[in-house]
Design a protein around this ligand. Structure first.
Ligand code: NAD
Length: 392
């Protein structure tokens, strides 16, 4: 099959296996070019390891410190007529790269929120890995089924208290539009917390700890976004922000438990950038397009792998890393720099459909978006007739 991108709204419904492999290779090189991460992880579990920040974390652990990695994700395998999802091909490529570097790499494809997958992970760790010293929790999902009740909860991206009208980008029409969102109900807030809050992270760490598969000095991290003025009404001060407050709550509980034995749990604040999860959030694509323009001009732009590479070296495995007042490790400093934010805010005021390409890096945004699915990468033959079938 000849594989060309099939973009529907803010999602691309197919992926290119060779392009995805090239992406993984490129990220591995970024980590290798920075030298080894000391002391680093020996045995890492990455929950949400197939795309975005989770994939970058798996790459940093494996290729920064030779860690054995177990990945968990929810991805669509290929069929004779349909490609797999990008995360599936990324994981196939990661396995190949890890194995040729002599590193243990196994993955479990299934619902990380379920008790069944937690149990499968524990059994695999016991049988093949020994004990885990790093657990990265990097799930982004629109829904979660609570395994204890069987009830499925959906998250909502809505403001809290008052309606919000803001500029947004219609990426299917390349137009700057306005988005108006009514405030979330109490139930919608509670459901979003249930999906994207900290409960499942706690359940993971409790299950792993009770099964005796964590080292005494085990570290666990989960990822959050804080942002500033432009994104607060739809992110920081909105339903998803409430869920992230709950992640902070869980981080404190877990840190108290793990630190008794010398371990640590931290929520890490990362930069806003193009991933499958962020492209679904209103306002974010336009904000990111403007941010990329300003940060690229300032020479401070970073992608997923640069962010995670820095997080591993300057925080997770640094001697006495700086914490903010909420106990976070932060690598969003370059994004939140006062001058950068002022420039983005000034552009935000005047950006419209006519000047979009001139004022923003929307072209860069689109390239990065397609790249997430393995498209638009130099050196990949997109006319080649290939089988979509690859085994994980
Ligand atoms: P992503 O969409 O690229 O990755 C999500 C991962 O979760 C994938 O591996 C996917 O397979 C997995 N997943 C989703 N549902 C699952 C399920 N039920 N079972 C198993 N695996 C499942 O997302 P991302 O942007 O890398 O987000 C990861 C974390 O980083 C999130 O907590 C997000 O809030 C945070 N973050 C993102 C940004 C950003 O701008 N993208 C910024 C700061 C923090």
């Amino acid at each position: 099959m000849i594989i060309k991108p099939k973009v529907r709204g803010f999602i691309c419904t197919n992926a290119h296996p060779v392009g995805c492999a090239a992406n993984v290779r490129e990220q591995i090189e970024v980590v290798q070019n920075s030298g080894s991460i000391q002391p680093g992880s020996k045995n890492a579990l990455i929950i949400g390891s197939s795309t975005g920040y989770g994939l970058a974390s798996r790459i940093a652990a494996a290729f920064g410190s030779n860690a054995a990695t177990l990945g968990v994700f929810f991805e669509k395998p290929p069929s004779e007529t349909k490609t797999a999802s990008a995360g599936y091909y990324n994981s196939v490529a990661f396995h190949q790269e890890a194995k040729s570097a002599g590193l243990y790499a196994e993955s479990i494809n299934g619902d990380a929120f379920s008790d069944e997958i937690k149990q499968q992970v524990i059994e695999k760790i016991k049988a093949e890995m020994g004990k885990i010293d790093l657990v990265v929790y990097s799930l982004a999902s629109p829904r979660r089924t609570d395994p204890k009740t069987g009830i499925t909860f959906n998250s909502t991206l809505k403001p809290i208290g008052n309606p919000v009208t803001n500029k947004s980008l219609d990426t299917s029409k390349n137009l700057v539009t306005e988005v108006s969102l009514d405030p979330a109900s109490d139930e919608e807030i509670a459901n979003t917390i249930k999906v994207m809050g900290g409960e499942d992270w706690e359940w993971w760490i409790d299950a792993l700890s009770q099964a005796g598969v964590l080292t005494e000095d085990c570290k666990t991290v989960a990822y959050t976004y804080i942002g500033k003025k432009i994104t607060w009404p739809i992110y920081g001060h909105a339903t998803i922000g409430k869920a992230k407050e709950d992640l902070d709550r869980a981080g404190e509980v877990l840190n108290r438990k793990l630190s008794e034995l010398g371990g640590e749990a931290r929520v890490c604040v990362l930069k806003g950038l193009v991933t499958q999860a962020s492209s679904a959030i209103p306002v974010m694509p336009l904000y990111i397009s403007l941010l990329y323009k300003v940060m690229k001009e300032a020479g401070t732009h970073e992608g997923c792998i640069e962010q995670i590479n820095r997080l591993f070296r300057d925080a997770i495995y640094a001697d006495s890393p700086e914490l903010d007042e909420k106990g976070h490790w932060r690598v969003d400093d370059l994004e939140l720099d006062e001058e950068i934010q002022q420039k983005v805010e000034a552009l935000w005021e005047i950006v419209n459909s006519d000047n979009l390409l001139e004022l923003s890096d929307y072209q860069g945004y689109q390239q990065e978006f397609l790249k997430l699915f393995g498209f638009g990468i130099d050196g990949v033959d997109y006319e080649a007739d290939l089988s979509p079938l690859l085994e994980l």
